[in-house]
Design a protein around this ligand. Structure first.
Ligand SMILES: NC(=O)c1ccc[n+]([C@@H]2O[C@H](COP(=O)([O-])OP(=O)(O)OC[C@H]3O[C@@H](n4cnc5c(N)ncnc54)[C@H](OP(=O)(O)O)[C@@H]3O)[C@@H](O)[C@H]2O)c1
Length: 247
């Protein structure tokens, strides 16, 4: 565990999937605006790498590698965060999973369950862990990194991926319906194609020319930071961001 204890002000933001792609870009940008950022993902070296980027820029992070599908790990990490920095009031849930075997003809139920566990159940689990903090603080801003395929049906996104990401819309809507009285809001963020490691999970990896036309992780991080920065009386219920090439 790597902790930078310098200073104690600034919102406490917990980012999952913080070791790469969108999660890393959000974490770096948020730390630069003064947030204290908790970094979680399964690969310790990847999340530590994000922590080092933040430290080099003078920001503050708490590196807590974990698997978001592990209930005990989430509980332990939450206890560490609150003991170190106090209540978590911002959450960006970017951990996600897909598979190249994404059609009825080639999917396995075991992999289907892994994807639902990561993209849906784990999102609910982390939200569940921080909601009491947010209620007590009277403030919470939750960005759920979902997918364009949850906003508009996308034929090749996959059975498990489409089903699990689409369900996140309901997760956000129920949160907004039931928790607004506690100052808690959530955003169902639906990015189109983003040039990240996630593309390796496609049946056929896109070539350089296709990647060049996609969003960058930083493009999506800008949208996330916008959602996190709007005044407390404003809620961005859903946000779709896509490259001009998106079909
Ligand atoms: N790239 C796209 O075109 C695109 C489009 C729309 C939406 N998205 C969504 O954006 C989110 C971020 O993806 P990305 O594009 O930035 O790709 P990425 O770089 O592959 O990020 C996914 C992250 O999730 C982490 N992760 C996966 N399973 C986890 C688990 N069980 N526990 C903790 N962390 C886990 C991975 O780290 P570890 O392997 O170290 O755990 C990785 O850092 C995903 O939810 C994805 O569905 C991506």
């Amino acid at each position: 565990m790597q902790i930078d204890r310098a200073g104690s002000d600034g919102p406490v933001l917990w980012v999952t999937g913080a070791g790469s792609g969108i999660g890393r870009a959000v974490a770096v940008r948020a730390a630069a605006r003064g947030s204290r950022v908790v970094l979680s993902g399964r690969r310790p070296a990847a999340v530590t790498g994000t922590g080092e980027l933040i430290a080099r820029a003078g920001g503050r992070s708490l590196v807590l590698p974990l698997d978001t599908t592990d209930p005990a790990a989430i509980e332990a990490a939450h206890e560490t965060v609150t003991a170190t920095w106090g209540a978590v009031t911002e959450l960006v849930l970017a951990a996600g999973l897909n598979t190249p075997e994404r059609y009825w003809r080639d999917q396995s139920l075991e992999r289907f369950e892994d994807i639902v566990a990561t993209n849906l159940t784990a999102v609910v689990r982390v939200v569940d862990a921080v909601l009491p903090d947010m209620r007590e603080a009277g403030s919470g801003n939750i960005v759920v990194v979902s997918s364009y395929s949850a906003w508009r049906f996308t034929p090749h996104a996959g059975v498990a991926y489409s089903a699990s990401k689409s369900a996140l819309a309901a997760v956000c809507r129920t949160l907004n319906e039931q928790e607004a009285g506690h100052g808690i809001r959530s955003c169902h963020l639906c990015p189109g194609d983003v040039d990240t490691d996630f593309l390796r999970l496609r049946p056929r990896a896109p070539d350089e020319a296709a990647r060049a036309g996609m969003l960058s992780p930083d493009d999506v991080a800008s949208a996330v930071l916008y959602v996190l920065q709007v005044p407390a009386h404003v809620r961005i219920d859903e946000l779709v961001i896509s490259p001009m090439s998106q079909t």
